[in-house]
Design a protein around this ligand. Structure first.
Ligand SMILES: C[S@@+](CC[C@H](N)C(=O)[O-])C[C@H]1O[C@@H](n2cnc3c(N)ncnc32)[C@H](O)[C@@H]1O
Length: 252
C-alpha cells in the first residue's frame, strides 16, 4: 500500500511537525476562516497540527484521516487540551458525512497524495457534494518545481526515551506524463546502536499545473477561484513560491 503513514512515519511526523508548528499555514487558515459560522472539515487531518489551533480559535472543525496512527496523535492532544475530537478513519475517495460543511480545507499538499487524476477529480466532486451552497474549498498544492529537488535526503530525530529515528528519502521514479513521483521512505528506530524497528513507505505524490488545477475546480462546478502564492491571499503565484493555495466557492 502507498502513502501509508504507519507507526514510525506518524511518530516522525509528530516529532517534525507537532501541533504548534506552522509554515504560515496555521495563520493563513485562521485568517481565511475568521467569521466562518458553519462546520469545517479537514480531510487528511493528520496529528491535528492545523485542526487544534482552529478548534482553539472557536471554529467547529472535524477531520478524517486514512491512518489510525496519525489519528492517535490527534486524539491524544485533543484529549489533553479538552477539545472535541470529531475524528474518523476515512479516505479521500470514499469519505462520507450526512451533513454539509461551510468550508473544507486541505493544507500541507495532502491532496497530492491522490495520484490518479481520475480519482482526484472524483475527490474534488466529493468535496463539492459535502459543501453547503456558498461553501468554500481551500486547498494547498506544492508547486511543480518542488518535485525536482535533490533525489535523496537523510534526516533524524531524537525520541523522548533516548532513541533515534531516521528517515532516508529516496526518489526512485518520476513519471512526467502522469506527473507522479515515487519515493522510498525508509524509517528506522535505533536504540543503543541497535536497529529495533523499521518501516518502508512507498510514497507517491502528484504535481498539478496551476491552470490545470483551476480548470479541474471549474469543471466540478466551483466558481470564484482565487489562486494565491506563499499565503498572501489574492497575490498570484510566482515562480519560486513554496506553496500555492486555491480557494473556490460552491454556488450550490
Ligand atoms: C502531510 S500530512 C498532513 C497532516 C495535516 N493536515 C497537516 O497539515 O499537518 C498528510 C496526511 O494525509 C493522510 N492520508 C494519506 N492518504 C490518505 C487518503 N487516501 N485519505 C485520507 N488521508 C490520507 C496521512 O495519513 C497524513 O495524515
Amino acid at each position: 500500500m502507498h502513502n501509508r503513514y504507519g507507526k514510525l512515519a506518524s511518530w516522525v511526523y509528530d516529532l517534525d511537525k507537532p501541533v504548534g508548528r506552522s509554515f504560515g499555514d496555521v495563520e493563513y487558515y485562521l485568517q481565511r476562516l475568521a467569521g466562518c459560522d458553519g462546520p469545517v472539515l479537514e480531510p487528511a487531518v493528520g496529528n491535528g497540527r492545523i485542526l487544534v489551533p482552529l478548534l482553539e480559535a472557536g471554529l467547529a472543525v472535524e477531520g478524517f484521516d486514512a491512518s489510525e496512527e496519525m489519528l492517535f496523535y490527534c486524539r491524544q492532544i485533543c484529549g489533553a487540551r479538552h477539545l472535541p475530537a470529531n475524528l474518523t478513519r476515512q479516505t479521500f475517495d470514499t469519505f462520507s458525512y450526512d451533513k454539509r460543511f461551510a468550508a473544507i480545507i486541505v493544507p500541507a499538499g495532502s491532496f497530492q497524495l491522490v495520484t490518479d487524476v481520475g480519482t482526484a477529480r472524483a475527490v474534488i466532486a466529493r468535496f463539492r457534494d459535502h459543501l453547503q451552497p456558498g461553501g468554500r474549498l481551500i486547498l494547498d498544492l506544492d508547486p511543480a518545481g518542488a518535485f525536482g529537488g535533490p533525489a535523496m535526503s537523510v534526516r533524524s530525530w531524537e525520541t523522548d526515551d533516548g532513541g533515534l529515528l531516521t528517515l532516508t528519502d529516496q526518489r526512485v521514479e518520476t513519471d512526467h506524463v502522469a506527473q507522479v513521483t515515487l519515493s522510498h521512505l525508509r524509517y528506522e528506530l535505533w536504540r543503543e546502536g541497535r536497529l529495533v524497528d523499521t518501516e518502508l513507505d512507498l510514497f507517491r505524490l502528484r504535481w498539478w499545473g496551476v491552470t490545470e488545477f483551476g480548470l479541474a475546480l471549474e469543471a466540478a462546478g466551483f466558481t470564484d477561484v482565487t489562486v494565491s502564492g506563499n499565503y498572501a491571499f489574492g497575490r498570484a503565484p510566482r515562480d519560486g513560491d513554496n506553496i500555492i493555495t486555491f480557494e473556490a466557492r460552491w454556488p450550490g
